[in-house]
Design a protein around this ligand. Sequence first.
Ligand code: MG
Length: 159
Amino acid sequence: MNIRIGNGYDIHRLVPDRRLILGGVDIPHSLGLLGHSDADVLTHAIMDAMLGGLSLGDIGHYFPPSDPKWSGANSLVLLEQVNQLIQARGWHVGNIDSVIIAEQPKMKPHLEAMKEKLAHTLHINQDQVGIKATTNERLGPVGREEGIAVYAVVLLFRG
Ligand code: MG
């Protein structure tokens, strides 16, 4: 088989006094995401999808939260490493599709910048990176603005 598919999911808690970084883009907001790294939940879900596509486990295995080395890490740097990992095995990202689930803030003004950063990091075109955003209709923890969740799917091809 010369194509494979992977899916990823991540959620991080929204707290005061943290930055809100999604797809490497710093988004102005009263709350930010809590995490050991920069807590870029979008980039994390994409990395898990890339690793999952090749049955390589998850990002916790490669960048354990117990390792102080990853404290405050720029997730785009981690993404670059995951990309190198799959490319070393002869695989490339065909396309990504993702959904950010957040009540606030509005994501639409930032989606193009996120696509640009992710595409640049992965050395692919912006039209290979799909990012959608939706609210959770005020339902559950995401609906109460306690966190932001992301689902991602990645197609990998061998070439
Ligand atoms: Mg995470």
